[in-house]
Structures are given as structure tokens and as C-alpha cells.
Design a protein around this ligand. Structure first.
Ligand code: C2E
Ligand code: MG
Ligand code: MG
Length: 728
């Protein structure tokens, strides 16, 4: 029976339909109740209108069978009550009254149907059935509506509370929908963008990319497309923010796709009717990434590229130079005196100095060059395509002169110099590491000569890389293993032929390589800071040995000792030196210390104090390799200098050109004018000797008289010279 179906259909209450039967005639009421109970309905009865209203207020029914003519309260009044109380229960009027007005009145009040008494039971049951069907459908509809509404609200909530901007575009790329995030993130009102093309908020730099992606996705229908695109923010002056935007094409027969895949229906040509997309603000992530990237490849103090970026660029430059058969220059720059500033004025000032140095260095280089901070006070400079070494020389000179100007750090005026080593590809190396290392080696050659200057790497400096490592290791052991030796080269009085002094020169008796000369290990020793210890050892050893000679009758013999810049710069230089002399019981007036001009010029004010103090103790001071550095007359007046040692390069050219001789002439006459002692170094021939004698140069040192020899041989030579003065 149909009724069962209704009942089974769940009747919204999920089991039996519940019917209220209202009639004031008890007999009829009971017969209706029984009939309906027999049909499986749940039934309640009300004998009269008042009781009906009471039950309707307290219970919920699916259907009311309502009599019209009732003594206490008629059916119309019950219906009015229901309207008033908003009780929507479907009502079938079952009445003896069949006047048109009564029927129409009942129907107008919302009755579902009207049956006249005496009713035909079949007709009544069929009317109840269809009324309940309607009730069920209405309830299902209402429930569906409410579920839809809830679902819509949920989706709206999800879309609006999404952290991303959600949008829809039509086929032309104009906005048809935007969630409210567009306002909080970019500052646009939704209404002002609806109907506008997406290009109106895309940053001009990314328009082309956005167009490409939009065109691709709307023509190929190939699923989602994602890309990073910058959008203009309205609220912050159209500054761009970074977004990760994902586009999904909207097809007009989206459902058919799944069916096609399941091979249920033949493929239908789908059409893209718009785009759905999300835009996620990744600005903070981008900025963090950029910062991390910057940090990974830059030095944060000077904001210059760091070692990693420098090596990367050098690698590229080498590859390009290989193709173009061009040159590449790598310069290694090390600041002189930076440590002094850092130690005396503090690290904050040291940092400021590095920043100022970086700015000045940047002014010396071109856009295509790479200047990097390599670490500490070391900088590297890459000149990616040079036509000749002269280009690098020009830059090196420029850098040196730029850094010569004093730096103002607060109220302090600070002077720093720079030592530059230059390695040119391919002559000085073909790989990144070779070039950097060789520039570094060349730089240490500048340092070992007293700093401030530049030097190109040459093969003679090369202690090849693997040798270099083993050399460094051996060098560290050499002092402990007692492998260093002091050799003495005689210094002769040109007129008498007598040995008046000796220069102590260090040698390294290497267990495998034999006798190693200082040119091969001093730069590395300077670099590794072992030079202080080595020079100190030379001083002690020479003092002890020569003290023996002095005690044995050579009381005027002069001992000349070379000093490393590392030793001289030390704040306790004077104190340490005097302590050493006391330790060796060496008479200070027999000692001459040899310094290069650059060592003196690096810190002139300090030098005046240190050297004056040594001179007061009777020590003598010689300027070694004179003529190759500043050759400034100024410091000669300020400092207690006793001797100038004319560099051997000027002596060796005496025979060749008059020019060089002119320099020697000038130096000798200047020394005479300043009442300074003068020693000519590197005299190898009789002609050189004669020329120097003519000039009035009193003291000579060079292979012509003898090389540096171990102490016993040197002593023999001294004795011989005293016995029958040497042939001059
Ligand atoms: P320097 O002080 O100018 O020493 C003179 C150098 O010239 C020595 O080379 C010596 O052997 C070389 N020489 C002397 N006469 C002639 C000559 O007639 N012709 C030529 N061609 N060369 C001559 P050496 O011993 O190889 O020393 C090189 C440099 O190493 C020295 O130059 C000095 O700056 C440094 N040095 C040597 N021993 C020490 C040391 O104990 N401490 C420090 N700090 N430096 C040292
Ligand atoms: Mg010397
Ligand atoms: Mg010299």
C-alpha cells in the first residue's frame, strides 16, 4: 500500500506518520482512530477544538484531520490558531458541511484538502496518503534548503577565512569573484576590482609572465599552473608583494571529464569558461630567502661579496678568458697596520675602518670587477678581462694611493697601507685556488719586504701548492728540530780591506732539500707568523756566537741583524731586544739592526720612539735595501739612522748604464751630506768596487769579498783580513 511507502520513506520523523484526529463526535473519532491505527499510523485524538489546540501546541504532528463544526471551537478557529502559532501541520478538513463558502474558507486558510462526511474510507486514506507525501516532500525540500544554506555559509566562511586571496576570472581575464583577503592583504575593495582585468594589480615587471601563464592555462586546459608573481599593493604606495599564484581552468563540462575517464561516455569537447585561482602572499618568505641568500654570498659588515661568491665569479671569468684567450687578474689585498687600529681603538673602530676601506676600494674598481672581503683585513679583487698586466698594475697603484689618505675614525686620524699580490691568469695559475693562492704568496713577498706596495707573482716565488703544505709543516718543526743556521757575510772597509762587520743571514738546513735560502721560506714564515720566532732565534744565536769573537779580540766587530716587520711592530719590540742583548751579554754598540724603509714608514711616529730608545742604548740602525722603497729624506732627519745600505740592484747596474750609477752617486752624496755611514750591497766585480771607492763609499758587502758562510769560516775570514788586509 502507498501508505507504507510514505511510512518507509522515513516520514521525516523517520518512522510512523503521526496524525491528530479532531472531531467532537466521540463515535466518529474512535472509528477514524481505529481505521488509521489499522493502517499503521500513530494516532492521537482531540474531542473538540480546544483540546485540538492544546495538543497542537504541545506535540508535533504530520497531519491533522479536522472537523469544522464543533461546539467549543470550530475548525476555522483551530486553523486560525495554527496560523497564529505558526504551526504548519498539513490539514485535511473532514466535515459534514459542504457549502461553498465553508470549503473555500477552509482551503484559503491553508487546508490541504476537504472531504465531506460521510467519507469514503478509500478516498480518505488516499487523500491522507497524498497529503503525507506532500508533507514529506516539503520537509525534505526544507531540509535540503537548510543544508544548502549551511553548506554555502560554510564555503563562504572557508573562502573568506582562507589565508590566501581566492579569485575567479572570466575568459577575458577580468575578475568575477574575489574573497575579502584582497582587501586586508593588498588594500583593494572587492567591488573596485570586479570586472577589471587581472593585469590591473600585477606588478609591471611580471605582466609578461602573468599573461603567458593565463594564456597557456586557458588554452591548454592542462590542469593547474603555479607561478611566483608580484602584485601591486594599493595600501603601501603600490609597492610590490610576492605571491605564489595557482590558476585552475574552469571547464563548462567539468563533470563529463570523470565520466570520460571512466569511459562511461564518449569524450565531449570541453571549453574553458574561466579561471579559478589562489594567490598566497610569500613576501616574508621571499625576503627571508633573499636575506639568507645575501648572507650566504656577502660579508655583512662591508656588504661586499664574500669568499664563496668571489670564487664563483673567478671560476666564470676563467672559463670566459679561456674561450676569449684573454687575461684575468686576481689581486690579494692585505691591510697594513689594521691590527694596530683594532687593538688600540677597539673592534667597533676596526669595523668602521673596514667599512671605509671597502668604500674607497669600490671607488677604484669598475662595475664588472669583483671586490670581495676575503676575511679579517683581507680583500680580493677580480679584474675579469684585462688586456695586459699593466691594467692590473694601474689598479694596484690606484688602490695604494687611495688608501694612503688618512681615515677619520671619530676624532682619530688613522693611516693604513695595503700590500697587494697580483696573480695573472694563465701565467700565475689556471684554477681558482691556484690564482688566489699565488696572489696571496705575492702579497706576502710585499709584506716580507716591509709592506705597502704591490708585487706580481712570479715562478721564482712558487713553492708549489703541495710543496707549500709540506713546507709549512716542515717550517713549524724546523725550529724545534734545530734546522736553522746563521751564516755571516763580511762587510769590508773599502780602503783598509779589513772586515769591520758581518751580516747575519739565516739558512735552513732542510733534512731532504739541503740548504734552503731565505727567499724560499721567509714569505711563508711571515704569513704563518713564524718569522718572529725565527728572527728572534737568529738574533740570539748570532749574538752568542759573535760575543765569542768579541771576547777573543775582535772587540769592534759589528754584527748586523735583519728584523722582520712582525718583530718591529710588536709593542714590546725595544724591551724584548734589549732583554735579548742582556741575555747574551752582547754589547749594544756592536749591534746594527737592519730595517727596510717600508717598515719605518708604516708607523713613523712609533718608530721615532722605538728607534730613539734603541739608539740611546748604543745600538746602530741601518736602512736595508735603500732606494727601493720610499727613499724619503723626511724620515732620515727624524730618525736616529746610522747607516744606509744601498740596494744591490743599483750596484749591479753600475757597469751597464750611467743612469743607475747616477742613483748610486745621489745616494752616496746624500749619505755624506747627512753624515750617514753607507754600505754598498751586492758588490760582485772589481769595477763596481773601484767605482764605489771613487765615490767615497766606505763600506762594501758582496760576493766579491765573500758569500755568507757558517760562523767558523766567517771568523777565519775576519782573522785573515786583519792579518793581511784584503786585496782592495
Ligand atoms: P738582505 O738583508 O738585503 O741580505 C742581503 C742578501 O743579498 C742576502 O741574500 C745575500 O746572500 C745576498 N747577497 C750578498 N752579496 C751579494 C752579491 O754580491 N750578489 C748577489 N746577487 N746577492 C748578494 P739572502 O741571504 O738570500 O737573504 C735574502 C733576504 O732575506 C735578506 O736580504 C733579508 O731581507 C732576509 N733575511 C735573511 N736572513 C734574515 C733573518 O735572519 N731575519 C730576517 N728578518 N730577514 C732575513
Ligand atoms: Mg740585510
Ligand atoms: Mg739588503
Amino acid at each position: 500500500m502507498k501508505i507504507r511507502k510514505v511510512e518507509k520513506a522515513g516520514n521525516i520523523i523517520n518512522d510512523k506518520a503521526c496524525i491528530l484526529v479532531v472531531d467532537d463526535e466521540y463515535r466518529l473519532l474512535k472509528s477514524l482512530e481505529n481505521m488509521l491505527l489499522n493502517q499503521g499510523y500513530e494516532v492521537q485524538t482531540a474531542q473538540g477544538g480546544i483540546q485540538a489546540c492544546d495538543k497542537l501546541s504541545r506535540h508535533s504532528f504530520d497531519l491533522v484531520l479536522l472537523d469544522l463544526n464543533m461546539a467549543d471551537m470550530n475548525g476555522h478557529q483551530v486553523m486560525d490558531f495554527m496560523t497564529k502559532k505558526d504551526i504548519n501541520t498539513a490539514t485535511i478538513v473532514v466535515s459534514g458541511e459542504s457549502s461553498f463558502s465553508a470549503v473555500s474558507k477552509a482551503l484559503r486558510r491553508g487546508a490541504y484538502d476537504y472531504l465531506k462526511k460521510p467519507y469514503d474510507p478509500e478516498e480518505l486514506l488516499s487523500t491522507i496518503d497524498s497529503a503525507l507525501q506532500k508533507v514529506m516532500l516539503e520537509k525534505a525540500h526544507t531540509s535540503m534548503q537548510s543544508r544548502l544554506k549551511k553548506s554555502e555559509e560554510l564555503h563562504r566562511y572557508i573562502v573568506n577565512s582562507s589565508p590566501d586571496i581566492v579569485f575567479m576570472l572570466d575568459q577575458k581575464g577580468c575578475f568575477t569573484f574575489l574573497n575579502s583577503k584582497v582587501e586586508s592583504i593588498l588594500g583593494y575593495k572587492k567591488a573596485e576590482l570586479i570586472g577589471k582585468p587581472y593585469q590591473s594589480i600585477v606588478d609591471s615587471a611580471d605582466i609578461q609572465r602573468a599573461n603567458y601563464i593565463f594564456d597557456e592555462q586557458s588554452s591548454k586546459k592542462s590542469g593547474a599552473w603555479s607561478s611566483e608573481i608580484r602584485l601591486k599593493a594599493k595600501k603601501t604606495d603600490h609597492t610590490a608583494r610576492h605571491f605564489e599564484i595557482t590558476f585552475f581552468p574552469i571547464e563548462n563540462n567539468a563533470k563529463s571529464k570523470t565520466q570520460i575517464q571512466a569511459k562511461q561516455v564518449p569524450p565531449v569537447k570541453s571549453k574553458i569558461i574561466g579561471t579559478y585561482g589562489t594567490a598566497r602572499d610569500i613576501t616574508e618568505r621571499k625576503e627571508a630567502e633573499e636575506f639568507i641568500n645575501f648572507q650566504a654570498y656577502h660579508d655583512l659588515l662591508t656588504r661586499l661579496p664574500n669568499r664563496a661568491l668571489f670564487k664563483d665569479r673567478l671560476n666564470i671569468s676563467i672559463a670566459q678568458a679561456k674561450r676569449n684567450k684573454a687575461g684575468v687578474a686576481v689581486m690579494f689585498l692585505d691591510l697594513d697596520r689594521f691590527k694596530i687600529v683594532n687593538d688600540t681603538l677597539g673592534h667597533a673602530m676596526g669595523d668602521r675602518l673596514l667599512q671605509s676601506v671597502a668604500l674607497r676600494l669600490e671607488s677604484c674598481v669598475r662595475k664588472c670587477d669583483t671586490l670581495s672581503r676575503f676575511g679579517g683585513d683581507e680583500f680580493t679583487l677580480l679584474l675579469p678581462s684585462i688586456s695586459s698586466a699593466e691594467d692590473a698594475r694601474t689598479i694596484a697603484k690606484k688602490v695604494i694611493s687611495t688608501l694612503k689618505e688618512p681615515f677619520m675614525l671619530g676624532e682619530h686620524e688613522v693611516f693604513v697601507g695595503v700590500s697587494i699580490g697580483i696573480a695573472i691568469y694563465p701565467d700565475a695559475g689556471c684554477t681558482v685556488d691556484e690564482l688566489i693562492q699565488n696572489a696571496d704568496i705575492a702579497m706576502y713577498h710585499v709584506k716580507s719586504r716591509g709592506k705597502d706596495g704591490y708585487q706580481f707573482f712570479s715562478d721564482t716565488m712558487a713553492v708549489n701548492t703541495s710543496n707549500r703544505l709540506s713546507l709549512e709543516r716542515d717550517l713549524r718543526n724546523a725550529l724545534d728540530q734545530n734546522e736553522f743556521r746563521v751564516f755571516y757575510q763580511p762587510q769590508i772597509n773599502a780602503n783598509s780591506g779589513k772586515v769591520i762587520g758581518v751580516e747575519a743571514l739565516v739558512r735552513w738546513q732542510h733534512p731532504e732539500r739541503g740548504l734552503v735560502y731565505p727567499g724560499e721560506f721567509i714569505p711563508l714564515a711571515e704569513e704563518t707568523r713564524l718569522m718572529s720566532d725565527i728572527s728572534d732565534w737568529v738574533l740570539m744565536t748570532a749574538c752568542k756566537e759573535v760575543k765569542g769573537w768579541i771576547d777573543n779580540g775582535h772587540k769592534d766587530i759589528r754584527l748586523s741583524v735583519n728584523f722582520s716587520p712582525l718583530q718591529v711592530e710588536h709593542p714590546k719590540f725595544v724591551h724584548r731586544l734589549l732583554a735579548r742583548l742582556r741575555q747574551a751579554d752582547f754589547p749594544p754598540q756592536n749591534l746594527e739592526i737592519e730595517l727596510t724603509e717600508n717598515v719605518i714608514m708604516n708607523d713613523l711616529e712609533n718608530m721615532v720612539q722605538k728607534l730613539s730608545s734603541l739608539a740611546e742604548h748604543g745600538l746602530k740602525i741601518a736602512i736595508d735595501d735603500f732606494g727601493t722603497g720610499y727613499s724619503s729624506l723626511n724620515y732620515l732627519r727624524k730618525l736616529p739612522i746610522h747607516t744606509l745600505k744601498v740596494d744591490q740592484s743599483f750596484i749591479q747596474d753600475i757597469n751597464d748604464t750611467q743612469n743607475e750609477a747616477c742613483i748610486v752617486n745621489a745616494i752616496v752624496s746624500m749619505a755624506h751630506g747627512l753624515k750617514l755611514n753607507i754600505i754598498a750591497e751586492g758588490v760582485e766585480t772589481k769595477a763596481q768596487l773601484e767605482y764605489l771607492k771613487l765615490l767615497g763609499c766606505q763600506e762594501i758587502q758582496g760576493f766579491y769579498f765573500g758569500k755568507a758562510e757558517p760562523g767558523d769560516k766567517a771568523l777565519k775570514l775576519i782573522n785573515q783580513s786583519l792579518d793581511h788586509s784584503m786585496a782592495c
